[in-house]
Write a protein that binds this ligand. Sequence first.
Ligand code: IPD
Ligand code: CA
Ligand code: CA
Length: 273
Amino acid sequence: MNRIQRVIEQIDDPEQTSLLQAACRAALTGGSILRELYDKPHTIEMKGAINLVTEADIASETAILASLDEDAPGIAVLAEESAAETPEEEEQGQQWIVDPLDGTTNFAHGFPFFGTSIALLDCGRPRVGVVYCPMQDELFCALEGAGAWLNGQRIAVTDTRFLLEALVATGFPYDIHAALDQVLAQLRAVLPRVRDIRRAGAAALDLAYVACGRLDGFWEMDLKPWDTAAGWLLVTEAGGKVSDFAGNDYSPFLPRILASNGMLHEQLGNLLT
Ligand code: IPD
Ligand code: CA
Ligand code: CA
């Protein structure tokens, strides 16, 4: 817990401290299950034509929910594998938003870019955000108004000002057949204008990578609250900007996200439809 201790020493508010500790412990617990199951044979089921769910998604979610309930009981939870078809926002109070395995396709194929993602929203505002990548043992966390950290070290977005010097990332929706024209139009518009594009396969980590300066921007057109809620706070607390494609205020209950170092935001947004 050393890396969390380093963060906690910088926070005055005991309530914030205990919520951050709860989120970190839960993210690490889920992550250690993912790491343990990574090399074993997987049970793979289909949630849609290309949307997978494995035994690890379920085991991680079960462990995360138990950990949150132990450390911070009584808070509403929206977790991917137990969520209703249409995820509901807790407009009046606190709500944990949990992705027990972001990057399931990567996990199932032995591609080591995946993680757990946990956010605490309060009346829709992000207070705590934690993303944990177990294969790299990287714990990203953010607290509203206090900053963002990677393994206890403060992180910040890049200061890249020109698109041609930017490394950006995106993701493709599971419903790719319906969205193909739009996805290709976005790639066609962005690819010739930037240094390069990555599609690494885990939106929560893509956002964490924007927060720590490994990427200059990220966009995706059809995400769920558990994909982005934690990363949203990571990016904003690291000095970046998060909005929809048109630059409007962001909510993880909206499908489209554009995240950037702030300086490139408008330029990137202008290329997206
Ligand atoms: C997916 C990943 C992927 C993104 C998909 C998400 P999952 O989450 O974040 O990068 O492109 O849209 O649904 O299903 O692996 O938790
Ligand atoms: Ca996800
Ligand atoms: Ca998931």
